[in-house]
Design a protein around this ligand. Structure first.
Ligand SMILES: Cc1cc2nc3c(=O)[nH]c(=O)nc-3n(C[C@H](O)[C@H](O)[C@H](O)COP(=O)(O)O)c2cc1C
Length: 203
């Protein structure tokens, strides 16, 4: 039997098995949208994921990383790796949202075999709340699209993502790797939006 419960205080997130029974709990999911294209391929995957997750009873918030007022980390370490950041921009609000979330989704186009610079700049700003993020054990997922369809297309990015997950003690829920998604039309014709939907739906 599978029951969707909404008691976030007692059971904060995810799913738990008790004997043969699986219980699922409502999660707050933050989607970090790392593509500047509002109607692009990354957007198609992120929206599909969101639809699936919302149908499964979760709450999603999309952060438009490319339009946020976000500056790259300047490495001053005045935060001491856990404290107020010297830079006053939208990261303060994003930090709060992430720490109140149960799951974070990294959505990005492949740019020179890594995540977009805009998304990477945000990730670097984790520096100022590194320990608190570590303690949250957030669930996470990666949604990515690329023009290339060679089998090695996502090697570097998936290695980076897995290392990040390991370091920050996230709990990976899955990756959707959109090979051959060079344009929104190509992506619409592919099975990747459906994969993203299913990933959200099964949470
Ligand atoms: C700056 C830039 C760098 C890119 N680098 C790669 C790349 O390294 N490998 C690849 O397969 N596609 C690359 N692409 C293609 C995009 O990943 C692909 O078109 C993607 O669908 C764009 O997503 P969007 O519609 O959300 O913008 C690049 C595109 C741009 C604009």
């Amino acid at each position: 039997m599978r029951a969707v419960l909404r008691f976030r205080m007692t059971f904060p997130r995810g799913s738990a098995r008790t004997g043969t029974e699986e219980k699922r709990y409502e999660m707050k999911i933050t989607i970090l949208m790392g593509s500047p294209n509002r109607k692009g391929s990354t957007h198609l995957l992120a929206e599909s994921f969101k639809r699936g997750a919302e149908e499964a009873g979760h709450t999603c918030e999309v952060i438009d990383v490319c339009r946020a007022d976000l500056h790259p980390c300047i490495g001053c370490v005045r935060c001491g790796y856990e404290g107020p950041c010297a830079q006053k921009d939208d990261m303060e609000a994003i930090r709060g949202k992430l720490l109140r979330s149960d799951m974070v989704v990294f959505a990005t186009p492949l740019y020179y075999y890594g995540m977009s610079a805009q998304l990477k700049a945000l990730v670097d700003r984790f520096c100022a709340f590194n320990s608190s993020l570590n303690r949250r054990h957030l669930k996470s997922a990666l949604l990515v699209v690329a023009w290339n369809a060679d089998d090695w297309t996502f090697e570097a990015l998936t290695a980076h993502y897995k290392t990040l997950v390991r370091y920050i003690r996230f709990e990976d829920e899955g990756m959707v790797l959109g090979y051959g998604c060079g344009t929104p039309e190509m992506t619409e014709r592919s099975g990747y939006p459906e994969q993203a939907y299913q990933l959200g739906k099964r949470l």
